[in-house]
Ligand binder design. Structure first.
Ligand SMILES: [Mg+2]
Length: 311
């Protein structure tokens, strides 16, 4: 039996992966590139591949989300050294794409509990969206434990690769919004409560990008940064009325399209459920897992992962 909650959990994991694969060919492209090529929703052909990606091929965003999810299942809960070890094994197998901060931290040779902090101390740049992008599996897994536990787990997983608390707080907000959606609530209505749970030093900046009148054009950084990436995903959800509409809007923003669409898709999938994701997008979807014996997950395997994570 697949109840509404299971469909939403499935929608979040699949929706994030689909957004990632849909956006990948448009990465670093200009605003409007997607709608110029695919003017009307529902016509097909959008999972087009390009830029080194096969049609339906998911990128590092989804690959890392799968690694987190499989660690949670195999270890029976959150075991941070195990998650870090899986990330390292994956990074060493030379995935097609990997975030700059993530790569620097995972290849530093420093221990799991120090590597991200040491990198941040030297670089002073660690507020990328690289922890936000891999949130779907842990968001689904921790949702039943409530807001505080969900947000705390999100922070700890983010901190494995990102030393800047800004990245932790944004990832925690996203987890909370997915949690609310899985419960059948409205994530937009839950924004004030989520913001109150953000560390005080970071609350104002998130309040700005999550405000009802914020638009991605007002971003003060490239959308590879955590604040405009989360703000854009929430904007896409707010200004559309379907899964397809939300991820189309996200990819159409240009820039870091795979990640903005992965974050948007994880959120919109949790709101609208797996049934709302077009089959023409889930059919070509596939997630290679470098470093793990040539495994490639397709939609049924992602679905099974999502289902086990909610149990
Ligand atoms: Mg990516």
């Amino acid at each position: 039996m697949t109840g509404p909650r299971e469909l939403r959990a499935l929608g979040s994991v699949l929706g994030s992966a689909v957004g990632d694969a849909l956006g990948a060919p448009f990465e670093f492209g200009p605003e409007g590139a997607f709608s110029a090529r695919f003017p009307e929703p529902g016509h097909g052909g959008e999972m087009c591949g390009g830029g080194g990606w096969e049609p339906g091929e998911a990128t590092d965003d989804t690959q890392m989300a799968v690694l987190v999810g499989e660690s949670l299942l195999d270890r029976g809960g959150l075991e941070l050294p195990d998650v870090f070890g899986r990330f390292q094994r994956w990074a060493a197998a030379e995935p097609k794409d990997i975030g700059l901060q993530t790569e620097a931290v995972l290849s530093s040779g420093d221990p799991w509990d120090l590597a991200a902090g040491l990198h941040f101390r030297i670089s002073q740049r660690a507020a990328g969206n690289g922890a936000l992008m891999r949130a779907s599996t842990s968001a689904v897994h921790f949702a039943r434990q409530g807001r505080a536990a969900t947000m705390e787990a999100a922070r700890r997983i983010a901190a494995l690769t990102h030393g800047d608390r800004a990245a932790w707080e944004g990832t925690a907000v996203l987890h909370e919004l997915v949690r609310v959606a899985l419960d059948g609530g409205d994530p937009l209505a839950a924004l004030p409560t989520a913001l109150r749970a953000v560390h005080p030093d970071h609350r104002a900046r998130y309040a700005t990008v999550l405000a009802g009148d914020w638009h991605p054009d007002r971003a003060t950084e490239f959308n590879g940064a955590v604040w405009p990436c989360l703000g854009s995903a929430v904007w896409a959800l707010r200004t559309t009325d379907s899964y397809e509409g939300a991820v189309r809007a996200a990819v159409d923003l240009g820039g870091d399209t795979d990640t903005v669409a992965a974050v948007t898709g994880g959120l919109a999938g949790a709101v609208y459920g797996a049934d709302s994701i077009p089959a023409r997008w889930t059919e070509p979807l596939h997630v290679p897992l470098p470093g793990f014996g040539g495994r490639v997950l397709r939609a049924p395997e992602l679905g099974a992962l999502a289902r086990r994570l909610t149990e």
